[in-house]
Design a protein around this ligand. Structure first.
Ligand code: NZQ
Ligand code: ZN
Length: 392
């Protein structure tokens, strides 16, 4: 295991009706002029925004609402939010929604005090040195942004989807009421499940030896997902299954499972090019890319994929590592299909002919991609082609 420091100070408030505590929590963390940021309207329709603004009023705080964050949140809206936040002297941003709203809120939070265009903080030409504090009320178990220091934004001008990371962006608090996720369409529930599974896998594929504690945490969470996912697909109102998945989504990405080990985020980066170019749902893109990445990298080193296959997908120990890896991928795809995820480019709505452009974009500022398997552009072409061509 490698040396590490781990500090994940977000206060998580979990359970039924906890959204009513939003005002108290904003006040606790020093907010007095609150910008309540939300998405395309689901939180308005469900009455959640009313509940939250009432709780902010009851706490004696001022607020303004700012909606419109799109799935795969956009740079244009972030700039509007920064302007609004500056004019209103916003001192706290409360994100009400999923990863897209939260990431948009984080971008606004970093952009308000930054003397320049916020995109500098995403293309890494400038560091994040200051940010308005952020809190969240989560409405979908998926991206893990409620507990992470990350934010991912799509630049509408060049179609690049890029992430940034700073402890200043980690939410001060996150309210997690599983009941709020019961209104999700199945597609979003399943995409969220795929995303959290992928966050665990990106950490699982490590080059670091002797990481049994975090390996077992990863495997436990993945086994839990395989058990709970069919329950919410069968019954969207299964509160207990929703609760288990919601906490899994947070643990999958606040780095509890990733400390002391190298991680490999190639599958996410391969997917971000798809959502940047076609605006596909992030989790669905991962359902297409991750199995293809495992299959390809198993030719280079099958050991981790074989361990995954044995311990999570119940593949027999009689197979050699490469055979086990391939059988594990087959079972992974079968799980993804069972929850309604796409498995190839056609089902996802992407074009094989765009692969050279996808690879060019992926390698904009880098020479190689990945850590567990170090990939060159020609490797990524093959992974995209395998993802494009996969037939069930
Ligand atoms: O916009 P509204 O109307 O709210 O609808 C949303 C949206 O259409 C809907 N939704 C959310 N909660 C709902 C609901 N509909 C009904 N009932 C509810 N309770 O679901 C749709 C998807 O929402 P979104 O926020 O996009 O989902 P998700 O949480 O999957 O976030 C995806 C984004 O997070 C990024 C992804 O790249 C993508 O842009 N990621 C962020 C990460 C981070 N910051 O740490 C890490 C991830 O790897 C990921 O890259
Ligand atoms: Zn993700």
């Amino acid at each position: 295991m490698d040396n590490f420091t781990f500090q994940a100070p977000t206060e998580f408030v979990f359970g039924k009706d906890t959204e009513k505590e939003a005002g108290r929590l904003v006040k606790k963390y020093g907010g007095s002029k609150v910008l309540v940021h939300y998405g395309g309207g689901s939180a308005v329709k469900s009455g959640l925004i009313d509940t939250i603004t009432k709780s902010i009023e009851d706490a004696g705080l001022e607020y303004s609402v700012f909606g419109g964050a799109h799935p795969n949140p956009r740079s244009g809206l972030v700039r509007e939010g920064i302007e609004m936040g500056r004019q209103l002297h916003t001192d706290f941003i409360l994100a009400v929604g999923g990863g897209s709203v939260i990431d948009s809120a984080k971008a606004i939070a970093a952009g308000i005090p930054y003397d320049g265009d916020f995109w500098d903080l995403y293309d890494k030409s400038a560091p994040i040195e200051e940010a308005v504090p952020v809190g969240t009320v989560l409405t979908i178990a998926a991206a893990g942004s409620e507990g992470s220091p990350n934010s991912v934004i799509t630049n509408e001008e060049n179609g690049l989807k890029r992430g940034t990371k700073s402890e200043l962006l980690r939410p001060k608090f996150s309210i997690l009421d599983p009941a709020l996720t019961e209104t999700l369409p199945q597609w979003q529930t399943a995409s969220g499940i795929t995303d959290m599974f992928a966050h665990i896998l990106e950490r699982y594929f490590t080059t670091t030896a002797d990481v049994e504690a975090t390996d077992r945490l990863c495997e436990g969470l993945m086994l839990g997902i395989l058990e709970e996912a069919p329950k919410v697909i069968a019954d969207p109102h299964d509160y207990q299954a929703r609760a288990n998945l919601m906490w899994t989504g947070t643990l999958a990405h606040n780095n509890t499972c990733g400390v002391g080990r190298t991680q490999d985020w190639a599958s996410h980066h391969l997917e971000h090019e798809l959502s940047g170019m076609y605006d596909v749902t992030h989790g669905a893109g991962l359902a297409v890319m991750f199995p293809a990445w495992i299959e390809y990298t198993a030719q280079i080193d099958p050991t981790r994929a074989a361990q995954l296959a044995h311990r999570v997908f119940g593949v027999s120990n009689d197979l050699n590592d490469h055979e086990a890896a391939i059988e594990g991928v087959r079972r992974f795809r079968s799980f993804l299909k069972s929850i309604g995820m796409p498995l190839n480019f056609k089902e996802l709505g992407c074009r094989r002919g765009d692969i050279p452009r996808l690879v060019d974009k992926l390698f904009t500022n880098i020479d190689t991609e990945g850590v567990y398997a170090v990939l060159k552009p020609e490797d990524c072409v093959k992974i995209y082609e395998a993802a494009a061509d996969y037939e069930d």
